[in-house]
Design a binder for this molecule. Structure first.
Ligand code: ZN
Ligand code: ZN
Length: 411
């Protein structure tokens, strides 16, 4: 286990800067049974911050896998009313959520992809109101991470399990700006300011179109919605509380126009989806829609993602991160999107964040569709940044501005 002092700082960071737990607020923690120690500390700090009640949604990937393998298709489709009611109660009470991400990459590789799809479609559909609530920032949410043995061995296969776990903790702390002798909360305030700087520059330009190109085959144009808003770092919930949805985060992101993406994108990192690792894949877009794709590994999982629903073959996010960002320079492939997406420019298939268009959090679904915001029951990021990526912004008056040169920001 990691140094107690650092683990305490990390848990405190999740409560104070991550979710920013408010007095008398209901707190949910989503946690694996493998990450108990961190979850207990987060619980302690949440009560210290004045939480009314801390409730942990425990999950166990191995128990989950047994269910996926053994339940009938009918049962996989069934999401019980009591579970839906639990989420309804939570949204009505405007609780905040801290999720401890601890993936098991490849765990479900021998489960029939159709069974995985049936289950995730059923839960996404039944709990879509919850996704809309959280993605609309109606209350605060935050994701942090903690290792488990499967994940740690995937990241550091050359090490013994205990050593791999130790090394993964170190990498998580480093990426999250938590060290033995710093004040992480202070670091994060500074970091939020730096991210805000790029948001402001990009917002001032109000680019009509972005053009992306590199030497491995990525070559596409992407229109942004009118009055788009670049976000990144600190966000504000509907009840006016600031929070940091992702720890770590290095990205500036905004809303592509649903029908304005044309060309090919080649992924530069694997994607862990439904417990399967999709590797060496590419997508081709026409008028916003994925019209062709391929993957060297786990192509059926990529197919599951693209065919998930009407909106999952369109984009809902485009994000810029310099190639020379700290997480990228650690040269660690995390097999966890929370980290890998912050080491690389990425895009997301599925639903767009309403906040990425002016007044979006107050718009109805129809109004959002009207401005070109993609709607879907899913939102999955994947990475395509590279050290030679060029990004050019085209303004309303057709003036061109170089945004990225050789993988990094030049504005
Ligand atoms: Zn993102
Ligand atoms: Zn995303």
């Amino acid at each position: 286990m990691p140094n107690k002092k650092i683990l305490n700082k990390y848990a405190h960071l999740a409560v104070e800067m991550g979710a920013n737990v408010q007095k008398d607020q209901l707190v949910w923690i989503n946690s694996s049974t493998e990450t108990r120690e961190l979850t207990r500390l987060i619980t302690e700090y949440a009560y210290e911050a004045g939480a009314k009640e801390v409730h942990v949604n425990w999950n166990d990937a191995f128990v989950g896998k047994l269910g996926l393998a053994n339940k009938s298709l009918e049962t996989l489709k069934d999401v019980p009313t009591w579970l839906i009611d639990k989420f309804k109660d939570f949204t009505e009470k405007e609780g905040c959520v801290i999720s401890v991400s601890s993936p098991f990459p490849g765990l479900n590789k021998d489960i029939d992809p159709k069974r995985l799809q049936t289950r995730s479609m059923a839960t996404s559909k039944a709990l879509n109101f919850f996704r809309e609530h959280m993605m609309g920032n109606r209350s605060q949410w935050s994701i942090v991470a903690a290792p488990n043995s499967v994940w740690a061995q995937k990241v550091f296969p050359e090490l013994e399990t205990d050593e791999a776990i130790e090394k993964l903790w170190d990498a998580i702390f480093k990426a999250s700006r938590v060290t033995a002798d710093n004040d992480p909360v202070k670091e994060w305030k500074k970091h939020n300011q730096a991210l805000l700087k790029h948001n402001n520059i990009l917002n001032d330009h109000q680019f009509k179109t972005l053009k992306f190109k590199n030497s491995i085959g990525t070559d596409f144009t992407l229109d942004l919605v009118k009055n788009h808003v670049w976000s990144g770092g600190r966000e504000i919930s509907k009840n006016g509380v600031t929070f940091n949805p992702n720890i770590p985060t290095e990205e500036n992101f905004t809303m592509p126009h649903k029908f304005g993406v044309n060309g090919k994108v080649v992924a530069t990192k694997p994607l862990n989806y439904q417990g399967n690792l999709i590797e060496d894949f590419w997508l081709e877009f026409k008028d916003g829609k994925v019209v062709d794709y391929g993957a060297e590994k786990a192509e059926p999982s990529l197919k599951n993602l693209i065919e998930f629903d009407d909106g999952s073959s369109y984009l809902g996010e485009i994000a810029l991160i310099s190639y020379h960002s700290p997480i990228s320079m650690s040269n660690t492939l995390f097999f966890n999107t929370l980290f890998d997406e912050n080491a690389s420019c990425h895009m997301a298939l599925g639903r767009a964040y309403p906040m990425n268009v002016k007044n979006g959090n107050d718009m109805s679904k129809e109004e959002l569709e009207e401005v070109g915001s993609n709607q879907s029951m899913t939102h999955v990021d994947f990475m395509f940044g590279s050290k030679d990526l060029e990004v050019i912004g085209l303004k309303e008056n057709d003036e061109e501005v170089q945004i990225f040169k050789n993988g990094d920001y030049v504005i």
